[in-house]
Design a protein around this ligand. Structure first.
Ligand code: TYM
Length: 329
């Protein structure tokens, strides 16, 4: 079976971007592949040094993954810091990564702009740790949203460099989505991608209750409607249609598509329908996640078993890595 890996930072509760960009694919991959999914707690320290809420977030991310349909019996669901082998590989890969290339990464530049007082080395080497996360299981498919594309390219570069210098150890990991195109869900205010920590009213969390979902969707950015038949949709309108295609029935989507193409669209109606269908979609996930989150014994068991599976795979890779590097005496 091909190895699949992906991770989510516990920097807050999960939102529709995380779900449709990543988690939905995890669930669809779990039967066919050898899957490793993890909570990237070390990564979150580079941007969220305050760890007061960390434990709750880690538990919630685990709970939400299971609530969305991930079966911990089928996959390894673990927390990054439970697998110290990742840190060892990170150290080796750091000697193959160059300061210049790391400084050019767009996400690093964004972070420098966002947190000028905390441009820590962890931020700079974020793509190296991410490569270690992936290569530690010698994964080939990495289900992620579009925002992670560049990081995957760097992981391939580091893998190549390692193989070139120390011998063929790592396969090439590739970003994966079932529909070929990687997904990018926009923020409801139309300003960039939906994200955990930006405008809360423009982000729909999996934990949001129906009324709040409705409030957020009704406030989503729209415009005066299309100016001519079969007009192309601006991205913030396309985003509402994308969300609708994910939670509403085909008939409903088709109706609004036709209305749009005939300049007949009523955004109020579209939003109301979307809000209703979204609330129906989210309710069971929210309820299940909360039940799991409150069951500490179960959570501990899942994290322990997940870490065991992940460490077995990680140890095997580290042994090969040390052997090929000559770090073995
Ligand atoms: P993170 O925690 O920001 O997001 C988790 C996953 O959700 C996807 N995603 C989105 N997809 C579509 N539209 C959006 N608006 C949106 N927002 C988030 C992300 O692409 C991601 O798949 N660096 C990673 C975590 C990570 C990782 C890894 C991922 C660490 N190591 C190794 C894969 C492999 C991150 O910050 O994701």
């Amino acid at each position: 079976k091909e190895v699949v890996l992906s991770g989510i930072r516990p920097t807050g509760f999960l939102h529709l971007g995380n779900y449709f960009g990543a988690m939905r694919n995890y669930v669809r991959m779990q039967d066919e592949y050898n899957c490793y999914f993890f909570v990237a707690d070390w990564h979150s320290l580079t941007t969220h040094p305050d760890t007061k809420a960390l434990k709750t977030s880690v538990h919630r991310v685990i709970a939400e993954n299971i609530a969305c349909g991930l079966d911990p019996q089928k996959v390894s669901l673990y927390v990054q810091s439970d697998v110290p082998e990742i840190a060892e590989l990170y150290l080796y890969l750091n000697t193959l990564a160059y300061k210049g290339e790391l400084e050019k990464v767009p996400t690093f530049k964004d972070k420098v702009r966002l947190q000028p007082d905390n441009v820590n080395a962890g931020l700079l080497t974020y793509p190296v740790l991410m490569a270690a996360d992936i290569l530690i299981h010698r994964a080939v498919k990495v289900p992620v949203g579009k925002d992670q594309e560049q990081h995957l390219e760097m992981a391939r570069n580091f893998a190549d460099r390692f193989n070139h210098r120390y011998g063929e150890v790592f396969p090439q990991p590739r970003a994966f989505n079932f529909s070929k195109e990687l997904v990018k869900i926009l923020s409801l205010d139309g300003n960039g991608k939906m994200s955990k920590s930006e405008n809360q009213m423009a982000t729909i969390y999996l934990s949001d209750e129906g009324e709040l979902v409705k409030k957020k969707i009704m406030k989503a950015k729209t415009d005066g409607g299309p100016a001519e038949d079969n007009a192309e949709k601006p991205d913030y309108i396309q985003n509402l249609f994308t969300l609708m295609s994910l939670v509403s029935s085909d008939d409903v989507v088709k109706k609004f598509e036709v209305d749009y193409s005939q300049c007949n669209i009523r955004y109020g109606d579209l939003k109301k329908q979307l809000a209703e269908d979204m609330a129906v979609f989210l309710k069971p996930i929210r309820e299940k996640a909360t039940a799991i989150q409150n069951d500490n014994a179960y959570l501990q068991k899942i994290m322990r078993e997940g870490a065991e599976k992940a460490r077995a795979s990680a140890r095997a890779t580290i042994n090969i890595v040390r052997e090929s590097m000559g770090v073995k005496y």
